[in-house]
Design a protein around this ligand. Structure first.
Ligand code: SAH
Length: 213
């Protein structure tokens, strides 16, 4: 697993593609250029790693499409040093992008095998999350709350109330909500029970399921 010059060329093209689709945040584009996405994929799909597509990983899950990763990260407006909770570690790719952006990242994954694998890959790349936890993301991470930002990378039927509780006042959460197609929703917590919700369009995600396995 080495980062060949060809991958850098492919990543540069991917960055150009994301720019053409409207991603403008330079730090995010630089993170996409810097993080070797092929490390987070099954080796059979190595050649597709820098296409702007979601791909299967283990346990019937997917690595999110780079555009979706960049879009969610951009809308969440993450800043250096912020405490960010990610629900759905999956491959660890989104986690890596957030770490590259110098956030304090807490990430939760319900499937043990994926939690273990992503931990291994991130440590191999020397990308240090604050916590990678095998747990049910519906519960959030009470012991480490509140968070400045929360990013959910699996589709939920409703907005999990515990995640709203664990968000700081003036914090933001981004979450795809719905069953077959999902609407990306940006939530801003204005007060303890005061949430502003903005609809950001349709996306497709694997479902958020209850209980760890
Ligand atoms: N951020 C990931 C996206 C992976 S797909 C990436 O960049 O690769 C979504 C992930 O959410 C899957 O790994 C799935 O197992 C996980 N997931 C689904 N429901 C969950 C829950 N309740 N708690 C934590 N993780 C969950």
């Amino acid at each position: 697993m080495i980062d060949l010059p060809k991958h850098k060329g492919q990543r540069k093209k991917l960055v150009e593609k994301l720019f053409s689709k409207g991603i403008r945040n330079k730090r995010i584009l630089n993170a996409i250029y810097s993080i070797p996405r092929h490390f987070f994929m099954e080796s059979d799909f190595d050649n597709y790693a820098y296409e702007d597509k979601a791909f299967p990983i283990s346990a019937s899950q997917t690595i999110s499409q780079p555009y979706t990763v960049a879009f969610q990260t951009e809308k969440l407006d993450v800043k250096e040093g912020e405490k960010v909770l990610e629900i759905g570690t999956g491959s660890g790719y989104q986690t890596a992008i957030l770490i590259h952006l110098k956030c304090e990242v807490y990430s939760v994954e319900r499937i043990f095998e994926l939690s273990r694998k992503s931990k291994k890959i991130l440590s191999k790349l020397n990308l240090n999350a604050r916590k990678l936890v095998w747990s049910d993301g519906y519960l959030g991470l009470k012991d480490f709350a509140p968070f400045d930002k929360i990013i959910v990378t699996a589709a939920s039927k409703e907005i999990p109330p515990e995640l709203l509780n664990q968000l700081k006042i003036n914090g933001k959460m981004i979450i795809p909500v719905g069953e077959i197609n999902q609407t990306m929703i940006l939530i801003e917590k204005k007060g303890l029970n005061d949430f502003k919700k903005t609809d950001l369009g349709l996306f497709k995600f694997v479902p958020m399921l209850k209980n760890k396995v």
